[in-house]
Design a protein around this ligand. Sequence first.
Ligand code: 6GU
Length: 223
Amino acid sequence: MRVNVVTMFPGFFEGPLDTSIVARAVAGGQLDVVLHDLREHGVGKHRQLDDTPFGGGPGMVMMIEPLASILAPLESTHRVLFTPAGEPMKQATLDDWSGRDDVTFVCGRYEGVDQRVIDLFVDQEVSLGDYVLAGGEVAAAAAIEGIARLLPGVVGNPDSTRSESFRDGLLEEPVYTRPSTYLDQEVPEVLLSGDHGRIEEWRQTQREERTRERRPDLFENGQ
Ligand code: 6GU
């Protein structure tokens, strides 16, 4: 699939695109990321991208023309604006995007984007969570990584993308590897027992207890 990214900071994506699973997805041809540098579409000789808000107030507002000139030709793609005012990004959001041929991620700055850009050129507004960042770039990088690992053939064992946190509405259980004792801390005995029935029962209990304690909101939905 193709992911277009519209940003004032294309350099931000160098690390995320060149690392680990995302790099593998790009090298393997399952993922194509096209960066669109907003500055190249800036207005006037200063290549202006934002302006003061009508009605006054703090901060700057992203102007219509630079965004419109990139987003209008991408009308056939699913265009997402990352903004703290959006719906929260969930695993289901990534599942949806990863099944599409083309998505376009617009990285807003947090003060905002002229509402007419949203009305005319944006299909969905999404937030990374309930906190404020300086712009949508981190959210776009998170989305790209979340998508890449869902694309066919990117992650070796397809079970490892299916049987994890949030798929079944539960958090993951704790895991252990060697050594079996470290600073007097033992691996739970059941995991050394070789009894696969008991082990799966223990893991399921751990998932449920963790979810109830840490994410009662998820636990209510799942029960
Ligand atoms: Cl998508 N953008 C900004 N600026 N802040 C955020 C966010 C996005 N998601 C959570 N906080």
